[in-house]
Design a protein around this ligand. Structure first.
Ligand code: ATP
Length: 254
């Protein structure tokens, strides 16, 4: 196991936002997090990655309690692609991705060939190597998203958290990014709104509703008509995706 979360509770003031969530994520697994708006996906990602401290409960990453690991050491293992992340505007694409190397560099150490190789590989993985000298502020929304993913990859994490990474991306790049995440030799936890993409690319899916985990398992075991009605308030037909064993959702028009 690389992430074990036990009885996580978090909230703001009197409001409880994450309600007693426990889950385990295995090494190399791609875990999808789905749920309606405001169901607690981003909050849970932040708790699991150590960015937020729970009110109660605990998270272990690679066997260590995240509350006891320094930010720098955590950043050597964990990368987070935030929703709508911002970046200083007066920089190039390559500068943004180079920031991903920060946790691996010492105060006196120079920029190494390993750093350069990690940055180049990360840019190539998101199809942005040819744009490395372009100014950040001139990128489209989807290109910025891909560069933020490259920055996370340049961090060489063992665990990657992605909060709606396909936002702003055209369908080609949505599929490319999720295929890449699935094929990476890292553990990934990814919040997604597109249920069919989650079904295609995730090993397991966690379903959140009003801060609680209401289902967890392989896509075919979790995505069914009753759950879609109860959690997402939609009518849909769930079929098998052409012999793959994976479900595909056909939304019914009203
Ligand atoms: N710091 C905060 N202060 C007050 N309320 C918060 C805070 N952070 C989150 N919330 C509330 O907690 C709930 C869950 O938010 P969260 O962003 O985790 O949901 P989500 O499932 O990621 O939503 P979405 O799909 O819309 O991105 C929302 O109602 C949100 O308004």
């Amino acid at each position: 196991m690389t992430i074990v979360a036990s009885n996580l509770i978090w909230g703001v003031g009197p409001k409880t936002i994450v309600r007693d969530v426990s889950l385990s994520v295995c090494g190399g697994e791609t875990l999808g997090l789905i749920g309606p708006n405001g169901s607690g996906k981003s909050s849970l990602l932040r708790l699991l990655s150590g960015l937020k401290r729970p009110r109660s409960g605990r998270v272990e990453i690679n066997g260590r309690d995240v509350a006891r690991v320094s930010r720098r050491n955590l950043a050597r293992e964990v990368a987070f692609v935030q929703q709508n992340a911002a970046t200083d505007t007066n920089v190039s694409v390559r500068d943004v991705v180079r920031l991903g190397r920060t946790p691996h560099r010492s105060a006196l150490g120079g920029w190494s060939s390993a750093d350069e190789a990690a940055v180049s590989a990360a840019l190539a993985q998101v199809d942005m190597h040819g744009r490395r000298a372009q100014a950040w502020q001139t990128l489209s929304g989807g290109e910025r998203q891909r560069v933020h993913i490259a920055r996370a990859l340049a961090q060489s994490p063992t665990i990657l958290f992605l909060d709606e990474p396909t936002n702003h991306l055209d369908i080609h790049h949505q599929i490319e990014i999720l295929r890449m995440v699935r094929d990476l030799d890292v553990t990934s936890i990814v919040a997604l709104h597109d249920l069919n993409l989650a079904a295609m690319f995730c090993d397991r899916i966690v379903v959140m509703q009003e801060g609680a985990l209401v289902a967890c398992g392989p896509p075919a075991a979790v995505l069914n008509q009753a759950l879609l009605r109860q959690v997402f308030r939609i009518e849909a037909e769930v079929i098998e995706l052409s012999g793959s064993g994976r479900p595909h959702i056909r939304f019914c028009s009203l």
